[in-house]
Write a protein that binds this ligand. Sequence first.
Ligand code: ARG
Length: 400
Amino acid sequence: MAKRVVLAYSGGLDTSVAVRWIQEEWGAEVVALAADVGQGGDFDAVRERALAAGAVEAVVVDARREYADEFVAPAIRANALYEGKYPLVSALSRPLIARHLVRAAREHGADAVAHGCTGKGNDQVRFEVASRALAPDLEVLAPVRVWGLTREQAIEYAHRFDIPITVTRAKPYSIDANLVGRAIECGEMEDPWAAPPEDVYELTRPVAAAPAEPRELVVGFERGVPVSVDGERRSLHELLPRLDEVVGAYGWGRLDMVENRRVGIKSRETYECPGALALLRAHADLESITLERDLMREKARLEPRYAELVYDGLWFSPLKEALDAFVESSQEHVSGEVRLRLEPGRCFPNGRRAPASLYDYELATYEADDAFRHDDAAGFVRLWGLSVETWARRQRGVDG
Ligand code: ARG
């Protein structure tokens, strides 16, 4: 059994109880690690709470820049949307947190890492697979998966051991948030027919409350990475909150879907990711003028696979690494700007430009500048259709 454990600590009920429970039941010391990935909140208070719950050490890491640059940016370059929709809010943060758990385990001489996930979700998969990929020698513990406490019993446990918890209003939601957006589960939304209540949203306004006046934003990219808004250079961890605010105000960026978890369950998910979805849209649009046709199509074929790997906890895996190399190569010329137009309930590109654009005015135009070789078209089209023509003559029958 482990002697010293680094626990991924959120400051919530389950991980607070876990700090004590691991000591009581497994006799191991607990180092709590809280990572700031842009979820907001008071991390001094989180640190205090971990120590009050009995942690021998509480570490807070501001991982916002690292998260944005090393996890969110690659996902944007890959146009990664799980099942065509979900921009991987929780899936992107877990491998980063796992990396910090492993790092802290080395620093603090721990022989195990731990997380507060249940047995029904994807996050346990992501923590554990990432941790094993980075440090196969470390044990991975999942107290919440084995203790079998109901929410009430967990609260009782906290009271019994004087563990400070912020017992929130009886909102039954499970929320996970970071720079990419917010995931909201449980409560009435467990019925996939029930509409999500308006008060689950924090980053997006209802469409009816959006400004009536449309607005345009120019997003700048360098090699596929967002680097500016309206000409102002900002790093990605600053751009995302800024875009959440502007785009969310227009009532755009919500998702309501039933998705396939890795553990075999279909689950109803509500997300709001206005900034990240706007960037993904702008990025894909910039690729439409900067990626050569075959490259663009092959990339499009690989993108769902990329998203699946990330969703399934395989951030650190050989296939993911190989796909990253492909994506990296594909982004060489994906630099330029996309203009996004915001209208109530809408966000869409209405202009794009790039120094290495493949859009050639003289080839595309119907005006006098036309440089396209029209005569070449006749022979090309004849040969293109030759096999079909032969089929029609020999097999289909002229009348058919
Ligand atoms: N279903 C999403 C995913 O698997 C969101 C998970 C949210 N996590 C949470 N602990 N509430 O990525």
